[in-house]
Design a protein around this ligand. Structure first.
Ligand SMILES: Cc1cc2nc3c(=O)[nH]c(=O)nc-3n(C[C@H](O)[C@H](O)[C@H](O)COP(=O)(O)O)c2cc1C
Length: 788
């Protein structure tokens, strides 16, 4: 519950404050190298020529600058020996908080022109601090800074990985990921990279946003030894010491300067003299010696402006650590506390701020789409009252997809006249599970193979327990993404646990990779078979024109019907994967499916088609066109259909391919894909009538065998010997080899006729390996069939 609330707040604040923070990040980054950039843009203005006499003392600078400007000088900032222009601050006009700042040549006391780009950086700073909107803007940026603190901490908690000790789980970003998974990675992993910088920027930024915060820090760490500037060097600290309280004070610059030199020694690297705003106030000098630990480690000196008597001196190095930190708030905020690398990293982290706003928004929009679709699905459903014989549909969803599919599933069952009850797993307990007779579980996987947040309690409470659920029949729709190591991890754990409790699995878990339509269609088909209804059709690719390029008979002289290797060319490029299907419409909503026998890179889509004859002797509708009536150069309508369940495995596990007749088509494309990927552990068992006439693609297959791309080729030509011999017989004869390959993790792919071949192969597999082992192969996705 806590996590849920935290998550809601994270995105709620995120989609609002995130945008302001993106702006603050960009403007902060733009401002952070202002000095260097201005100097690069204005070398003629901001570089001054040193004179042998050194920089002029304040006693000369102040009157000459006042004459040149007609304004009263209240502050000087010099970096002697650097060749850089110095800065002078003039008294603010009545009612203003700050007076103007000008650059000047400290060797000649000449005011310099305003550098190019200065107004841009001023704008960046105003946007960064208060959105250039005065007090209201300051309240907004302050609140957003608090929000940043919240994002850091809540984000850390929300993304806490299961392997909390693995730096990879925390920090490694998988550039190969796509879509939502990549957005999430960018948001969470890159967010972790930036976390320390954002925490630092937020904790220091609040110092300027809220008095209570500043006062709290001051109490905690003792008074800051040197006043903090709000950003720009040389500016006065707002609020406290702005408008003069009386007549302009008199200053004896010569005495003051001598006293300063006495007190600081000759190693002054940079100094900022602030003259009293009113009579009776001290002059203050912030200064760095040439061994300063960072550019803001100021020492402070307060002196009587007339006599030069030192009233107070604070050396940075002598302060306790807390007070040093407090006086380094600005340096910490911009990263310069850690030198140039710190500044650069802080700038990069600030630049990255919009990334989190954008990826956060994308993730939010996807959730919203899911929620909307969910509402639409739920709205279309009759009330789900449940009841003793109702189907329980339990779901676990992180971002709403599984939940939506659960309700869609409920709709499909309801349409078939079944009673349903939809519940999140979080609401299911031991007692409820024992009561249920039939259940469907629609669950996704999150994190690194974890249950979605809402179902973690369910997993903790139940998955370790022995319940005895032998009266439960169930099926699992597993949603996941193969980009993650533990594909459908939670769904499979749930399935194995249910199986272990004696529950009866209605069919193997349907695993959906990134919303794969083919797998979802498979789920609907399985449900349709379960309920005895037709599966609702999923939206499919539109049909396109395919031109017949070549047709070649692969079984001349055969006793069987002529069979052809057919090459089609699409009018516009079409992509497919090995194992996919070409669907050819044959009129009145009917179509014929053909396993694709080639890869897109082969220069055309190939099929192996046997010419069919109807009982009346006429040509089969689909095969007749493909094998006879369609002439080379002519086109027909067709479309590729994904057949995700028959794609090659992602890894290089060994593959056992079993098929007969035109079933070689699907196996051939799989083999080509494997060979193309450099995987050579392939074993083909192929059956037909006679070697002399029906050995399709003979040269190609024998070439692969000779080249080692096919490690075994077992052929079963049924009519070449007295006794009929089929692929399943070859399989039985090679039982030991089969077991060896399976022990090495091999997957079985069967393509061809269901009646003659696939059922025989299935029988032999059960006979050789046992029911349980075959069921496990199915569960693990290692026994796949494309049969007709
Ligand atoms: C951060 C994150 C982690 C994920 N981790 C896994 C995982 O370990 N294994 C997996 O199969 N899928 C993983 N997925 C993919 C989701 O399971 C998949 O997108 C699913 O469709 C989400 O369904 P839901 O919206 O119901 O949560 C992850 C997705 C995200 C965004």
């Amino acid at each position: 519950m806590f996590k849920k609330v935290l998550f809601q707040l994270h995105w709620l604040f995120g989609i609002s404050a995130g945008l302001v923070l993106a702006l603050m990040g960009l403007t902060g980054a733009a401002y952070s190298f202002q000095d260097e950039l201005l100097r690069a843009l204005n070398p003629e203005v901001l570089r001054v020529e040193a004179s042998a006499r050194g920089v002029l003392p304040p006693a000369e600078l102040v009157p000459r600058l006042e004459v040149a400007s007609g304004q009263r000088v209240v502050g000087l900032w010099l970096e002697p020996g650097t060749g850089r222009a110095a800065r002078v601050n003039f008294a603010p006009a009545p009612g203003e908080r700050r007076g103007p700042m000008r650059y000047f040549d400290p060797y000649r006391a000449e005011l310099l022109a305003e550098p190019r780009g200065q107004s841009f950086f001023d704008l960046m700073l105003r946007l960064h601090r208060f959105l250039a909107m005065g007090e209201t803007g300051k309240q907004v940026t302050g609140a957003c800074t608090l929000a940043l603190l919240f994002f850091c901490l809540s984000g850390l908690y929300l993304r806490w990985p299961r392997q909390a000790l693995s730096w990879r789980a925390w920090l490694s970003l998988d550039w190969a990921k796509r879509g939502r998974a990549f957005n999430w990675d960018l948001h969470a992993v890159a967010g972790t990279w930036c976390l320390a910088f954002y925490l630092c920027a937020a904790l220091t930024g609040l110092y300027w946003s809220y008095d209570w915060y500043r006062d709290g820090l001051t109490q905690l760490f003792g008074e800051a030894p040197a006043g903090q500037q709000r950003g720009k060097p040389g500016e006065r600290r707002g609020g406290r010491d702005e408008a003069p309280l009386g007549p302009p004070p008199s200053v004896d610059h010569e005495r003051l300067w001598r006293a300063i030199q006495d007190a600081t020694g000759a190693r002054l690297a940079s100094w900022n003299l602030r003259l009293p705003a009113a009579a009776g106030q001290p002059a203050t000098l912030f200064y760095l010696l040439d061994d300063a630990p960072h550019t803001r480690a100021f020492n402070q000196l307060q002196l009587d402006p007339l006599s030069g008597a030192v009233e107070r001196q604070q050396r940075y190095a002598e302060q306790p650590f807390g007070a040093q930190l407090l006086s380094s708030v600005y340096a910490l905020h911009v990263g310069s506390y850690f030198g140039l690398p710190g500044r650069l990293l802080m700038m990069l982290a600030s630049l990255a701020m919009p990334l989190f706003a954008i990826t956060g928004w994308l993730l939010y929009l996807e959730r919203r789409r899911n929620r909307r679709a969910l509402r639409a699905v739920r709205g279309a459903l009759a009330p789900t009252t449940g009841g003793a014989d109702a189907w329980l549909i339990g779901f676990a969803s992180q971002s709403g997809f599984a939940e939506r599919l659960a309700w869609q599933t409920a709709g499909q069952l309801q349409a078939a006249g079944l009673a349903v009850e939809v519940q999140p797993l979080a609401r299911l307990d031991e007692q409820r599970l024992r009561q249920v007779q039939q259940a469907l579980f629609v669950v996704s996987t999150f994190g690194d193979g974890q249950a979605p947040d809402s179902a973690r309690g369910f997993e903790r409470a139940l998955l370790g327990q022995a319940l005895g659920l032998s009266s439960l029949r169930y099926a699992v729709l597993a949603l996941g993404d193969r980009q993650y190591q533990q594909f459908c991890g939670f769904a499979l754990r749930l399935h194995h646990w249910l199986h272990g409790q004696g529950a009866h699995s209605l069919f193997a878990p349907v695993q959906v990779d990134d919303g794969d339509d083919a797998a979802l269609a498979d789920w609907r088909r399985q449900l349709a078979a379960l309920t005895g209804t037709a599966a609702p059709e999923a939206a499919a690719e539109p049909y396109a024109q395919w031109q017949l390029q070549r047709r070649e008979c692969v079984n001349p002289g055969s006793a069987g019907a002529p069979t052809f290797l057919i090459r089609l060319q699409p009018a516009t490029p079409v992509d497919w994967q090995a194992g996919d299907i070409l669907e050819v419409p044959v009129g009145k909503g009917a179509s014929r499916d053909y396993s694709i026998a080639s890869l897109p890179g082969d220069g055309g889509l190939e099929l192996i088609v046997r010419q069919q004859r109807r009982a009346d002797g006429g040509l089969g509708l689909g095969s007749g066109r493909l094998t006879e009536t369609l002439q080379p150069g002519q086109s027909l309508r067709a479309r590729v259909r994904r057949n995700g369940a028959f794609h090659v495995p992602e890894d290089d596990r060994p593959l056992i391919l079993i098929g007969n007749g035109t079933g070689l088509a699907g196996l051939r494309s799989l083999l080509k894909a494997r060979i193309g990927a450099g995987h050579r552990r392939n074993w083909l068992l192929f059956g037909e009538r006679s070697a002399a006439h029906d050995f399709y693609c003979r040269d190609e297959l024998q070439g692969w065998l000779a080249g080692g791309e096919l490690q075994r080729l077992d052929l079963a030509f049924s009519r070449d010997q007295a006794e009929k011999l089929y692929v399943q017989d070859r399989l039985r004869a090679n039982a030991d080899e089969l077991r060896r390959w399976l022990e090495q993790g091999a997957a079985l792919y069967v393509c061809g006729s269901l009646a003659g071949m696939a059922s025989g192969v299935d029988r032999v597999l059960r006979e050789l390996l046992g029911e349980a082992a075959v069921a496990e192969l199915v569960d693990q996705g290692r026994y796949r069939r494309d049969v007709y």
